[in-house]
Structure formats: structure tokens, C-alpha cells
Ligand binder design. Structure first.
Ligand SMILES: Cc1cc2nc3c(=O)[nH]c(=O)nc-3n(C[C@H](O)[C@H](O)[C@H](O)COP(=O)(O)OP(=O)(O)OC[C@H]3O[C@@H](n4cnc5c(N)ncnc54)[C@H](O)[C@@H]3O)c2cc1C
Length: 428
């Protein structure tokens, strides 16, 4: 049975003969979002010529240093974070919106969004996610609230790409319910002594330090937490395992245990007891960054689906000529543009100092939902070919499923939006 299937699949793959430019996932000359965007001027809504110049130079790094190796890293279940972060750090891409005195570019958050969008040209979700953890998830709180000494020690080398960072919030028993984490950091003399565990930690197997959320007192759950810079190569830090995942395969994800890990109290970020608040603020950037990261992969998928279904003939006509196919793709392309508009509005408000929690949550919710729709519809139109590991659509189908779960599940986003709409049921 297995032999029959394998033989027919091999014969079938040959017969379906993809256009050569679509054959390899890492073939960066393949059709991509440029085709969809070709007629558009640089986006005047949020992005200036400077944003576009930044994107162009990042694109060169992606084309030379990342995409040619991505299939290999996906297979290995890890990419070389230190090597790639050093390249990105030297070019300034890990601290676009961080202060120049710490090695950043000193630009506003819209430039980080331009970078996040451009990283969407990487032909797998794992590497952009890992880069985002380094540049916009583990470091915003340190950058905003950390002491100068702490920033010199952790932020400067992270922006330079000399250190790999990870973010330790989720635990095996507390993912969505962040307030319920159990890891403790107890003051003993000049040290915190850390005990507990962290789960699902991106970059966790390679990281040099963690932005750790831990309970530092017995106060109420929103007032008992602190963020601490915790070096990873310390006695008592045990990387229990690299988690085997269905998607985001090139990014390593770790489960980590802490057993009496001693960290100097001066590694505390900002004020003790403010960790929950800092983390919620950090989440806003993470969520907008995440929305920006889905736009190009989804546009790319639609374009590759157009190209494939145009040349794939069944019942004597291209698959694309079925109205249900081209209408669906038009519908999805429209939704991507709507998502982009929501994101740009949120970012424009954010850089002017507004609280954009509601819009960032709406964007994250919509990004997760839309990613599922686009990847599922496109995969369907590729037929059996879409079900192989030969094409980008199946990889993104797996990778992008995470968006509705990680960094706050869809239901958590809905709860936040409902709080802003004042529709959460109250005790009668
Ligand atoms: C690949 C990957 C990388 C990650 N990277 C990191 C990282 O670097 N650092 C980090 O700290 N964490 C990371 N995470 C963790 C991620 O943020 C959590 O998985 C996420 O917050 C959900 O938590 P959970 O998995 O414990 O799900 P649970 O909290 O157990 O939730 C399960 C499901 O319950 C439902 N649910 C949740 N809340 C509600 C509600 N209020 N109402 C109704 N239904 C609800 C949702 O459908 C949710 O998916 C990563 C996760 C993955 C899978």
C-alpha cells in the first residue's frame, strides 16, 4: 500500500510539473508579493522613502543570507541564531526603534513595522518569529524601563546581535492566564533566587538571556510580578527539551526549568511589582509586530496560488478560471488590505503616544483568523500538490496556524476587545 502510494505520488508530482520558478521553496526568484504590489507606489499612508530604503536593504540580507538556507534549517529544526542575528545586528535591524546611545537606530515604531513586514519575505514563519522575539518582544520593557547599567549589559549586545534573547512568560500551567504564573524570584541578600518553569520559549535552546516574568511577592496577581534579565548559562537553568512542533520548524522552542537560580537583584527591569504592567505594554508591540509579519506571506501565497492555478488545467481550463477560485482569491486579497489598513492606523496612533490596546488586539485577532482562511483556501486550490512538503503553501498552512494561539489566543483578544466595549458580564 505504502509503495503504491509513494510510486503514484512520485509519478503524479512529475506529471503535474510545476513551473520551474515555483519548484523550490527556497527559490527566491519565484513569484512573490511583488507581483501583486507591482503597480503600487511606496505606501504613502505610513511608510516614507526612508521606510522603503530600510526594507530594500533588509531584502538583500534575506535574499543572500536567509532564504537560500531556509529549507535546511526547517529540516534541522533550528536556524543558527547567533550567526543570523550578528548579520542583522551589524546592519542595524535588531534595534530599529531603540535609542542610538544603546546601538539602535533611534527611529519610531513604524520603522520596526516596516522591518516586520519585510521579514515576511522569508520563506518560513520560524525565522521571522525568532527575529521578532529578539527585536520586539524580549527587549521593549528593558529599553523603556531598564537602568542604564542593565541596558549596557543586555540591550547593547542584543541589538548588536552578540547575544540571543528569549522571552519567558508562558508556563506549562499558565499560558493564556498570564496572571497565574507560578515561577518565583525570591530576594536573598543581593540576589533573586528563581524557581519554576517556562514553556514554549522561542530561541530558548540558543538564548544567552531571558526576559523573565516571575512572582516577586505575595501581593495580588497583577502587582506581584517583575521582569528580570536572567542569563541562561547559570547553574540551575535546565533546558528540559526542544519541543517537536507541527510548524515554525526552523525556530527552536524550549521547555525550561529553574532550580535555585541566583541572579543579582540589580538585573530587575524597572520597578519591582510592575512586571505584569510592563509585560502587557510589551504585548502591544508584539501584537502589532505580529500582524505586520503576516501581510507579505499571505500576499505571497495568493500570488503563488494565482500562478499555479493559471497554469494547472483541469476540465480543459485553468483552475483559476473557475469563478469560485478567482473570486475567493479576490475576497482574501481585499481582507489582507483591510488588515493592513487597521495595522497602519494602530501604528500611526501608537507612535503619537496613544493606547492602542484595542486596535492591536483587533489586528492580532483578525491576523490569526485571516491567516487560517488564506492558507486553507490556497492549499485547497493547489489540490494534492498543496498537500506535499514541496510547496510554500503547506509550510505556511502549518506555520501560520500559530497566530491564533501564540502571544494571546484569539479568545484572549476577544476578551480584551470586549473589555473596551464594556460587554463583559458583571456580577448581578
Ligand atoms: C511555537 C510557539 C512559540 C511560543 N513562543 C513563546 C515565547 O517565546 N515566550 C512565551 O512566553 N510564550 C511563548 N509561546 C506561548 C504562547 O504564547 C501560548 O501558547 C499562548 O499564550 C496560549 O497559552 P497555552 O498554550 O497555555 O494555551 P491555554 O492557555 O491552555 O489555552 C488553550 C485554549 O483555550 C482557549 N482560551 C484561552 N483563553 C480563553 C478565554 N478567555 N475564553 C475562551 N477560551 C479561551 C483558546 O482557544 C486557547 O487556545 C509560544 C507558543 C508556541 C506554540
Amino acid at each position: 500500500m505504502a509503495t503504491w502510494w509513494a510510486a503514484s505520488a512520485r509519478a503524479g508530482l512529475r506529471a503535474w510539473a510545476l513551473p520551474s520558478r515555483l519548484r523550490r521553496l527556497s527559490d527566491i526568484s519565484s513569484a512573490r508579493n511583488g507581483d501583486l504590489q507591482a503597480t503600487l507606489e511606496p505606501d504613502p499612508v505610513l511608510f516614507s522613502q526612508e521606510h522603503n530604503a530600510l526594507q530594500e536593504s533588509l531584502r538583500k540580507i534575506i535574499d543572500k543570507e536567509i532564504n537560500p538556507f531556509i529549507d535546511k534549517w526547517e529540516e534541522a529544526g533550528q536556524f543558527p541564531a547567533h550567526k543570523i542575528f550578528k548579520i542583522l545586528g551589524q546592519a542595524g535591524f535588531l534595534g530599529v526603534d531603540k535609542a542610538t546611545e544603546y546601538g539602535g537606530m533611534g527611529l519610531d515604531f513604524s520603522y520596526s513595522i516596516a522591518v516586520a513586514e519585510e521579514l515576511g519575505n522569508i520563506r518560513a514563519g520560524g525565522v521571522p518569529m525568532a527575529i521578532g522575539v529578539q527585536s520586539n518582544m524580549a527587549t521593549p520593557a528593558l529599553s523603556k524601563f531598564g537602568s542604564n547599567e542593565l541596558k549596557q549589559q543586555f540591550l547593547v549586545p542584543t541589538i548588536a546581535g552578540d547575544l540571543v534573547a528569549c522571552l519567558g512568560v508562558s508556563e506549562a500551567k499558565a499560558g493564556s492566564d498570564v496572571a497565574n504564573i507560578h515561577t518565583t524570584a525570591v530576594r536573598k541578600g543581593d540576589d533573586y533566587v528563581i524557581n519554576g518553569d517556562k514553556m514554549w520559549i522561542t530561541n530558548g535552546c540558543q538564548a544567552d538571556w531571558m526576559c523573565l516574568l516571575a512572582n516577586t511577592s505575595d501581593a495580588a496577581p497583577h502587582k506581584n510580578k517583575s521582569l528580570i534579565c536572567m542569563p541562561m548559562k547559570l547553574p540551575g537553568v535546565h533546558i528540559n527539551k526542544k519541543i517537536d512542533k507541527m510548524g515554525m520548524r526552523s525556530s527552536d522552542t524550549a521547555q525550561i526549568f529553574f532550580e535555585d537560580v541566583r541572579v543579582p537583584c540589580k538585573y530587575l527591569i524597572g520597578e519591582e511589582g510592575m512586571g505584569f504592567t510592563y509585560q502587557m505594554l510589551q504585548f502591544q508591540e508584539e501584537r502589532m509586530w505580529g500582524v505586520a509579519g503576516v501581510l507579505k506571506p499571505l500576499e505571497c501565497l495568493i500570488q503563488e496560488t494565482i500562478d499555479y492555478t493559471r497554469q494547472r488545467k483541469i476540465f480543459n481550463q485553468p483552475v483559476l478560471y473557475n469563478q469560485t477560485v478567482h473570486f475567493r482569491l479576490a475576497e482574501l486579497a481585499t481582507e489582507i488590505e483591510l488588515l493592513r489598513s487597521l495595522l497602519y492606523r494602530a501604528v500611526a496612533l501608537y507612535i503619537k503616544g496613544n493606547d492602542v490596546t484595542k486596535f492591536a488586539s483587533m489586528g492580532k485577532l483578525k491576523a490569526g483568523r485571516l491567516a487560517r482562511e488564506v492558507t486553507d483556501s490556497c492549499l485547497q486550490f493547489w489540490g494534492g500538490m498543496g498537500f506535499t512538503n514541496e510547496v510554500l503553501v503547506s509550510r505556511l498552512y502549518r506555520d501560520m496556524r500559530l497566530i491564533s494561539i501564540g502571544g494571546g489566543a484569539d479568545e484572549v483578544m476577544l476578551s480584551i476587545i470586549c473589555k473596551y466595549m464594556d460587554t463583559i458580564p458583571r456580577k448581578m
